[in-house]
Design a protein around this ligand. Structure first.
Ligand SMILES: Nc1ncnc2c1ncn2[C@@H]1O[C@H](COP(=O)(O)OP(=O)(O)O)[C@@H](O)[C@H]1O
Ligand SMILES: [Mg+2]
Length: 305
């Protein structure tokens, strides 16, 4: 059965959300739940990519924002329940890093060399910062840094290039504490922006340089190894840096990854309605997932030999 597309009433928007790059607004659904509608740019595949990643998070047991496909006034997007409780405050990664790094470039989103895996892992190891609210943490995941290792594994699996400092955050709940956010904003992944022609060519070529294997190697993260690095880390390198800092958490997330049967990826892609995703986009995304899963597992076993 395909995933349903939630139809929003035309008069629904209540409050525009300024953060991020896409058109989005907050509203309350029929149960009074605060929801965010985020419009995908037409023809970009952002909506299906968000939904597919959400389902993959579920397979990995990652704390994640829920997403459903949605449409408002013929504009296609996704909806997500607000993970920030009433009266609480969201503090984004850039705001946190600016507090500890004096010349931190808060306004930039990419090419921020101070956005290193090491510094983010350090912030997320702060005593008093709890794992996402309501998430039943397995015993080996002791803090937000351990959870973040899982987010970076996800990014390597789906080739998400968009984990910049506004795509991770903490939630300050007065009288209750500070909690890491669930993972959110995975729309820039799975080759969703490639043309079908490119996808088909890459899937069938004999030219190794044009293959899907070569394509996934080039996925850049939004992290640098050190502030002196000239180029960003690849998504797999970012995961491995975090994994080395929290190896017991990495083992947990890698085990979850190893347990996923590849058929499950295709089953998720098959549930996206045909009007949202083409056959080559499905095949290409599935191939990316298979190749990435294999190289993530392989890279960790190489380190542990
Ligand atoms: N489910 C959610 N609950 C609470 N806040 C959210 C949720 N999803 C997104 N946001 C907020 O909205 C901002 C933009 O959303 P995001 O999904 O990152 O969109 P964009 O692709 O435009 O960056 C996020 O940085 C976060 O502050
Ligand atoms: Mg974002």
């Amino acid at each position: 059965m395909t995933y349903s597309i939630i139809e929003l009433a035309t008069d629904v928007p209540t409050q525009l959300e300024q953060l991020g790059t896409k058109t989005k607004f907050w509203y309350r659904d029929q149960n009074g739940q605060s929801m965010l509608f985020k419009e995908g740019r037409p023809g970009t595949g952002e909506n299906w990519a968000e939904k597919v990643c959400c389902e993959i998070c579920h397979l990995l047991n990652l704390p994640h924002a829920e997403y459903d496909l949605a449409v408002w006034k013929a504009r296609k997007g996704v909806v997500t329940p607000n993970f920030v409780p009433e009266g609480a405050r969201l503090i984004l990664g850039n705001e946190l890093l600016a507090k500890i790094i004096s010349d931190y470039d808060e306004a930039a989103r990419f090419q921020v060399r101070q956005h290193t895996v090491r510094v983010v892992m350090k912030v997320l190891s702060s005593p008093g910062l709890a794992v996402p609210l309501g998430w039943p943490a397995p015993t080996v995941i002791k803090d937000a840094a351990g959870v973040f290792v899982g987010y970076l594994l996800l990014d390597a699996l789906v080739s998400n290039q968009d984990r910049h400092h506004e795509n991770w955050a903490v939630i300050l709940i007065p009288d209750k504490g500070v909690f890491f956010t669930p993972t959110f904003d995975h729309a820039s992944s799975l080759g969703r922006n490639e043309s079908d022609q490119t996808r088909m060519e890459r899937l069938s070529t004999r030219d190794k340089g044009r293959s899907v294997e070569a394509y996934v190697l080039r996925a850049n993260s939004a992290f640098f190894s050190t502030k002196a690095s000239s180029k960003p880390l690849r998504t797999l390198e970012a995961f491995l840096e975090a994994a080395k800092i929290r190896p017991e958490a990495a083992d947990y997330w890698l085990k979850k990854l190893a347990e996923i049967d590849y058929e499950k990826y295709m089953a998720i892609l098959a549930r996206i309605p045909d009007v949202e995703i083409s056959a080559p986009a499905r095949d290409f995304a599935r191939r990316m997932l298979e190749i990435n899963a294999e190289r993530i597992l392989q890279s960790w076993s190489n380190i542990n030999i």
